[in-house]
Ligand binder design. Sequence first.
Ligand code: BES
Ligand code: MN
Ligand code: ZN
Length: 494
Amino acid sequence: MKIDISGSTPLEHATPALVIGCFEDERDELFQGCDAALQGCLGRLADSREFTGRPSTSRLLHTLGKLPAERLLLVGLGKRGDLGYERLRQAAGNASQALRSARVSSFSSALHLSCTLPKSLEAVAVGALMGSYSFDLYKTKEKELRFAFQAMTLLVASEADIEKERARAERCRRLWEGIRLARDLVSHPGNVVTPGYLAQAARELAGRNGLECRVYESDELEQLGMNALLGVGRGAEEPPRLIVLQYHGGAAKGRPVVLVGKGITFDSGGISIKPGPGMEEMKTDMAGSAAVLGTMEAAALLQLPLNLIGIIPTAENMPDGKAFKPGDVLTSLSGTTIEITNTDAEGRLILCDALHFAQRYKPAALIDLATLTGACVIALGHEASGLLGNDQRLVDALKRAGEESGERVWQLPLWEEYGEGMKSDIADLKNAGSRDGGSIKAAWFLKQFVGDSRWAHLDIAGTAWSDKARPYSPRGATGVGVRLLIEYLEQRQQ
Ligand code: BES
Ligand code: MN
Ligand code: ZN
């Protein structure tokens, strides 16, 4: 979808559809202007409570020549006093979804004009772009009925703002490229997105953005001693890999932020096989790696002035004659030995090697993202990602980024006591303990491999995929992590 900026006033602007925001408790100037042009139609809708302006409601009207805009889309903003960025993003996403169902492919939005907050244009642009997403690559029927958005015009209040606002909209478009990449990677099925596919996607990303990319294949992983990653990949035909992407936007000697993303392209559970129902969702077990790739893409497009490294351990977790088994002992890259008590706790195994490997880059901050535990879904549901770490300043910075970006996170404690159940009789550690406190135990396990790095871990098991449509996230892949990390990286600069 193309984005444009226009300084024309909403009431004089010709467009297939004009989107305006409506409050529950106030009829603002734009509402009144449109109402007058439509001879009181909007007032009627409000008086009769057919359209109240409640959040997540909308109403599409034809203007029949009474306004230069062919249609008017009213979008509920709720109460004036409750209006914030998240509400705006949601309203903009709602508008996109309403326009999609009406098959209106080009539109103009005046939504952000209802809000005086400084970044309201960005909130509307991002919400609209995110809400416009759909993934229908594998649908072969009724291709002629396909719908694709063409163009969105954002109306700004004064001609003088056009250049400034155009630059802001362009930033949103670049961020969106990263989010879309992450969503697409998660949406594709597991027979397409394999470790090899992720490696190729990383190479292409590097190619188009001028990043460095190195893919370590099995023999090199063997030489390095990444036996935890190799162990997990043993049961699959497709070999595991370690992908390293480097973006140099900062000072030559500047310590990088290192991102690590779990890239299990399908998690059957391995020999500790998962129950059948719902197993198809385990194609999303590479959402952490998708977030890392999406963030690398957006960071490069946005030309962020810092050094950023993305590390992706990737494998398929499958049962097979060669697969690793409960009771096996693996020697990880760090030398720490791990008794396998459950092959379904594979994420922490591929991550422990990648986190140890990350130390060689002397990270200024080390952040991993993983669909790591079902326990995190039990604890937080689908509304927030779990956040744990060994450095409260880093954790706090991520919390702030979560509030700003709308990708909420919630901190869980990481006390030493949680590690008591993770000691093995035969090896240094075991990979799975009892179910209680499962997310924290998993994070405690990871913590044993981060050395003295400032480290934070995001458990995105509940947030990477949505079973229901949300205002700016249709059912399916959410692209979680990209907005949060870009916000964090941008805040670091200030
Ligand atoms: N990939 C799963 C976690 C998961 C669950 C992600 C639900 C998304 C939605 C992970 O590899 C896993 O299987 N974890 C186990 C760990 C247990 C065996 C200690 C779990 O959470 O049950
Ligand atoms: Mn698993
Ligand atoms: Zn998994």
